[in-house]
Unconditional design. Structure first.
Length: 268
């Protein structure tokens, strides 16, 4: 039973993590919909997030390696400084975009998790995501990754800061911010998931101590769930990428709207 449970949780995590629909919101909804404690497995949440992290890391491995090389080449090699400048500046802008969510997360995360746990709040969060995705449905943008300005980085960072509110999709909100800043769709998607790494890694690092004392009997079921999250996240991202390229984000807007209406009606 444990194997089925954690594989199911891994699949839910894998489907919803890359998509602009809030993975945490779906877990909370499923918990209430089926009136079960099955989803109260906090340690596994860290493990399944790590599976998604590895999948997205694999997808962007070439971009990450290049950014790391450019960053340190710009600092330590005068000969390569000119060619490495764009990559170095990209990393600096990523840091700027990450600072707001880091600050809000440290200051307000515990409070929000304990106070904003009602289904009505979740429904409003889905409505917010639906509205944002609908607003940018026709935006194509003309700037590539090198065209991201410091102003863009700050705006995107401020948008990302509000995603600590449970139920608001991080990927959806950041993607919307990138499109509002006139980035091309593919470059907006790339920047969205480049920002995923520091946020996700920082969150896992802060919660890693909670894994201490995990029963050894759960290690194999946890591993199965993590693999499920890894594999499903990979394919889920590919689907999202195709939807973004075709300008079909509005379909996720309809999904989030329907989900919000369902919550309002079913849990009234």
């Amino acid at each position: 039973m444990d194997y089925i449970k954690y594989i199911l949780l891994g699949i839910i995590q894998g489907i919803t993590e890359p998509l602009p629909v809030s993975s945490s919101g779906h877990i909370f909804l499923f918990k209430n919909l089926f009136n079960t404690e099955m989803f109260n497995t906090f340690n596994f949440e860290i493990i399944s997030n790590f599976g998604s992290f590895l999948a997205i890391l694999f997808i962007f491995r070439k971009d990450i390696i290049k950014l790391i090389k450019d960053f340190f080449s710009f600092i330590f090699s005068k000969e390569k400084r000119k060619t490495a400048k764009n990559g170095f500046m990209y990393v600096i802008k990523m840091i700027i975009s990450t600072i707001p969510v880091g600050i809000t997360g440290i200051l307000f995360n515990d409070y929000l998790e304990s106070h904003y746990t009602s289904l009505k709040m979740l429904a409003f969060a889905f409505l917010f995501t639906a509205l944002m995705l609908y607003i940018v449905r026709n935006i194509k943008g003309e700037k590539d990754s090198d065209g991201i300005t410091f102003k863009d980085a700050i705006i995107i960072g401020l948008f990302q800061a509000i995603t600590i509110i449970p139920g608001i999709s991080r990927s959806g909100t950041v993607l919307v911010a990138c499109l509002i800043c006139k980035l091309k769709r593919e470059d907006a998607l790339k920047y969205t998931f480049m920002l995923y790494f520091p946020v996700s890694f920082g969150t896992m690092l802060l919660k890693a101590t909670d894994l201490i004392g995990t029963p050894t009997t759960l290690l194999l079921p946890y591993l199965c769930g993590m693999i499920a999250a890894l594999v499903i996240t990979y394919f889920s991202y590919q689907w999202l990428s195709n939807m973004v390229k075709k300008g079909k984000l509005w379909k996720f807007s309809i999904y989030c709207l329907c989900l919000a209406l369902f919550i309002f009606i079913y849990f009234r």
